[in-house]
Design a protein around this ligand. Structure first.
Ligand code: ATP
Ligand code: MG
Length: 367
């Protein structure tokens, strides 16, 4: 028998539907690991988010941050509530602090059609949507970290920051991902840089570094698309893309657009990856409009957990963790395949519990 791997997971349910999808996610993780064997997770549940701020005056207590820094991976639900804010009126978003303070520069947002989940695009090619947005997550237009400057109630400024070391790591990460995707048969060997290099010096610099790093990966196709053109292309022909890499703010916007293409925020997972640490969380926020109703679609949370197992498995040479990740992904596909599971994004009655039951059943039926 292979030696068993145990990984320490910092669990931050956060606020709103983040809390509602976390326990189902742990149930799915446990079911998958029971099937596969030889891999276990040790969970440490931690306080952070808007409700923690209201109760303690601190959205990301030091004990939580320290536990995150020590963990093998961080699993996060969603954070922030529009009605709970800092005194200066800005939103509470400790997930941004984790990205900055743990150096999680690569925001990985896979956008893939799950067969059986309808797309609003009429083309049958919508079934072939399978691309990944890499959102730079530590600088760009988010560099002010919510502390932009307003002068005399007359003028406001935020700072856009692009640095060479972060870009080099970000682009190398993107090209390596494109190589892996081509190797596994899911990719096209293409990386697209999304920018606005025709107007901004910062984006021209971003593109220049992209081209420099592209030269190191001559077997891959590297091209550029302006952000405005990409907004159009993602609606007209999203199936043509493979890996796209972009600045923080553009990535924030494009990943919501991408989620819309494949059924909504409940189908869009993400990982924020650095050289030492990584946070796995659905792209969606705390969704206060549906929080408390038990109807949030937990699929993106499960997909994010599968990304976590895959990342742990690769990093620690633990094939069982990667096998459990595949089992979860396959179970999600199996649960939606016949088109009868309809989540609230489509006005369906498959609530959090029903989706979880269907995916747990698919994990147990996997042969
Ligand atoms: P953030 O600022 O954290 O990105 P947001 O204000 O952009 O949050 P989300 O919480 O992502 O908003 O929600 C956007 C919309 O998508 C809302 O109408 C919400 O109800 C819906 N939504 C988000 N997540 C889910 C989910 N898991 N299942 C169903 N609907 C969801
Ligand atoms: Mg959002």
């Amino acid at each position: 028998m292979n030696p068993s791997s145990t990984f320490r997971i910092a669990v931050l349910p956060g606020d709103g539907i983040g809390v509602e999808v976390m326990q189902p996610c742990i149930d799915v993780l446990e079911a998958a690991m029971r099937r596969v064997g030889n891999v276990a997770l040790d969970y440490e549940w931690l306080e952070a988010g808007a409700n923690t701020y209201r109760e303690t005056g601190n959205a990301l207590p030091k004990a939580t941050f320290d536990a995150c820094a020590k963990a093998d991976a961080i699993l996060l639900g969603a954070m922030g509530m529009p009605h709970i804010r800092y005194p200066d009126g800005t939103e509470i978003a400790p997930q941004l602090d984790l990205r900055f303070d743990l150096g999680l520069y690569a925001g990985v947002r896979p956008i893939r059609t799950i067969p059986g989940v309808p797309s609003l695009l009429a083309s049958p090619r919508a079934e072939a949507i399978d691309f990944v947005i890499i959102r730079e997550s530590t600088e760009g237009l988010f560099a002010s970290r919510g502390k932009g400057v307003v002068t005399d109630d007359r003028e406001a400024r935020d700072t856009m920051v692009i640095t060479r070391p972060v870009c080099e790591r970000l682009f190398d990460f993107s090209f390596r991902l494109a190589e892996d995707r081509r190797g596994s048969g899911s990719g096209k060997g293409r990386v697209t840089c999304v920018d606005k290099a025709n107007v901004f010096a910062s984006f021209a610099f971003f593109r220049k570094i992209f081209d420099e790093r592209a030269a190191r990966f001559p077997d891959l196709a590297a091209d550029h698309v302006y952000i405005d053109a990409m907004a159009l292309s993602l609606v007209l022909k999203p199936w043509e893309f493979d890996v796209m890499v972009t600045e923080n703010m553009f990535g924030d916007i494009l990943s919501d657009l991408g989620a819309g293409l494949i059924g909504g925020m409940g189908y869009a997972p993400s990982a924020d990856i650095g050289d030492e640490h990584a946070v796995f969380q659905p792209c969606h926020g705390s969704a206060p409009d549906i929080a408390g109703e038990g109807k949030a679609n937990p699929t993106a949370m499960f997909q994010s957990a599968a990304m976590m197992l895959d990342w742990l498995g690769e990093r620690h040479a633990a094939p069982s963790a990667r096998a459990a990740a595949r089992l979860i992904t396959d179970a999600i596909d199996a649960a939606f395949a016949d088109g009868r599971l309809r989540t609230c994004e489509f006005g369906g009655d498959a609530d959090t519990a029903a989706v979880t039951r269907a995916i747990l059943a698919a994990i147990d039926n996997d042969t």
